[in-house]
Design a protein around this ligand. Sequence first.
Ligand code: NAD
Ligand code: IPM
Ligand code: MN
Length: 359
Amino acid sequence: MTKKILVLPGDGIGPEIVAEATKLLEVLRREHGLVAEFEEAPVGGAGYDAAGHPLPEDTLRLAKAADAVLLGAVGGPRYDTLDWELRPERGLLGLRSELNLFANLRPAILYPQLASASALKPEIVGGLDIMILRELTGGAYFGKPRGIRTRDDGVREGFNTIIYDEGEIERIVRSGFEIAMKRGRRLCSVDKANVLEVSQLWREVAIRVSEDFPDVELSHMYVDNAAMQLVRAPKQFDVIVTENMFGDILSDAAAMLTGSIGMLPSASLDADGKGMYEPIHGSAPDIAGQGVANPLATLLSVSMMLRYSLDEGALADRVDAAVSRVLDQGLRTPDIWTEGSSKVGTTAMGDAVVAALGE
Ligand code: NAD
Ligand code: IPM
Ligand code: MN
């Protein structure tokens, strides 16, 4: 059956990197047997420009009807002064919650060819392959009450609520165990249980769920220590499971272990495996329009889409291998460039991956 893929380029470098992804998908369709059709729609600032809202009704309807969604990035200084509900980021958060994409997989893998681009020494980071599983539809991002209010004494205060019920904790932790079962069978649950009640409940539930997974070794770590351990000895981790905001922060830190934030893809999945796929980075306004953004995180997100939503594991392997081959050829966008390699732009990198597909 023909799979429906909705493509949401978004803002900033979003359209530049997504153009490389659609080029790749088109070639997979024409030459490698992918049976899919694509449709494009605006989201984020582009949604606001086109329809007055960061998540236009039509875009949401198409996303719900699609088998998978590919997103570039949203946001930019042009939109930072809009009313809160109209900001591009609200469009992305709306998609995540409307589609129930509670499980966000953010793999951090160091390609051996990029060892010298990592912020860490090769002996500390060589062979790195960790999975950060970030809860994506709860916590402070969605908890109520939230807002900015003026107190009786005239002082304004801002407030958010980190809230998780047992069911929300259980389903993400269970996903963590299931992923760990297919990998190194070690799951580290990251929390702040020494300070936050919500983390205390998180830890209790994690321990309870662990009884169903006797073959997985469960450990717990406070988030501040986890941030430190990620840059001290990242290979101690196999799978990390954590709440929404901690996962946001830790995955950006983990990205630099791999050479660049331009290398980290992600999959956001619901309970049935439907997914949205996007690089973990943002719209990079500082380099937008220059043709220098690294498209590899987006191309690797296509690979995750093929694997997790389109049941095309062999094609996913082919994309992963093509990326590796292009790195073997010494091609580097500026963010991963090191002495002795060839500096290329976004389009040349995308072309090279497509060319390496057939090899
Ligand atoms: P950012 O990830 O956009 O950029 C951080 C730094 O990384 C910048 O120096 C940027 O040039 C660099 N970078 C990011 N992606 C790159 C790539 N593919 N290739 C090369 N370099 C890359 O984060 P920010 O600057 O904090 O945020 C900019 C905007 O993006 C904000 O509006 C923010 O809300 C939004 N944002 C969106 C998403 C998303 O859509 N998923 C994620 C993060 C931030
Ligand atoms: C990400 C981004 C988003 C987040 C923002 C843009 C809403 O930083 O996808 O990591 O915080 O989740
Ligand atoms: Mn982020």
